[in-house]
Design a protein around this ligand. Structure first.
Ligand SMILES: Cc1cc2nc3c(=O)[nH]c(=O)nc-3n(C[C@H](O)[C@H](O)[C@H](O)COP(=O)(O)O)c2cc1C
Length: 207
């Protein structure tokens, strides 16, 4: 527990002073000690009650790599139609918002304030450790349907990682896409298509 608190405060102290456009390099993913696939599948569920606690940088690394990292030279942990890889994951935390640069396995800061509440229409989103926003690069998309399938695969990877690591998560279609687009400073050719909260389940806070 003490080690967890230390790691959490380490992440906060690393990211709180990250300037706009600056990169936070993450450690290599390390998923070795997680649960079996059977245990993870048994744990799968939507979680909407969180205790307020940030993720440490190693967990952030594991989560994003599991979801949409490169597991081969130029290919990822989730499929995309025609290998277009049209999705960029934006990661909102209490200290700002970043996009996930999977090539560098780093986070690049794009917003310097807490926009967690704007990532959904349900109050619990503010208590999550991170809210992931799925952004489609429209010119790369084969079709809206193909992009939706890709997002489903990424979100399921993230859900499986969470279920294996004692984290809670819920995939969300309820958000104000235009407001989020403004806050994340997206271009005309980018579109918000899905959101996902990840955090520490309230029911396991004392365990
Ligand atoms: C595309 C999609 C959109 C969803 N949107 C929301 C949402 O906006 N808010 C929410 O609380 N849950 C949302 N969910 C979660 C579902 O409500 C949940 O998966 C369903 O009730 C089954 O519960 P379970 O995931 O615990 O099995 C969404 C799920 C999917 C696949």
């Amino acid at each position: 527990m003490k080690a967890n608190i230390l790691l959490c405060s380490l992440f906060l102290s690393v990211t709180a002073f990250v300037a706009m456009g600056q990169e936070v390099k993450m450690p290599d993913p390390a998923l070795d000690a997680e649960a079996s696939l059977k245990e993870a599948l048994e744990n799968l569920r939507s979680e909407r009650e969180y205790v307020v606690r940030p993720l440490d940088l190693q967990t952030m690394s594991n989560l994003l790599w599991a979801g949409w990292g490169y597991n081969r030279d130029d290919k990822r942990t989730a499929p995309s139609a025609l290998d277009r890889q049209e999705i960029t994951l934006y990661v909102c935390t209490k200290d700002g918002a970043y996009y996930y640069d999977a090539n560098q396995h780093s986070l690049v800061k794009v917003v310097n304030k807490n926009i967690m509440a704007a990532t959904g229409k349900q109050p619990f989103v503010e208590n999550a450790a991170v809210n992931i926003v799925y952004v489609c690069n429209l010119p790369e998309s084969a079709s809206a349907e193909m992009t939706a399938v890709c997002c489903g695969a990424i979100s399921q990877n993230i859900s499986l990682y969470c279920a294996s690591a004692g984290l809670g998560t819920v995939v969300r279609g309820s958000f104000d896409a235009e407001q989020l687009k403004r806050l994340l400073k997206l271009s005309r050719t980018q579109k918000v298509v899905l959101a996902q909260s990840v955090g520490f389940p309230a029911h396991s806070a004392d365990e």
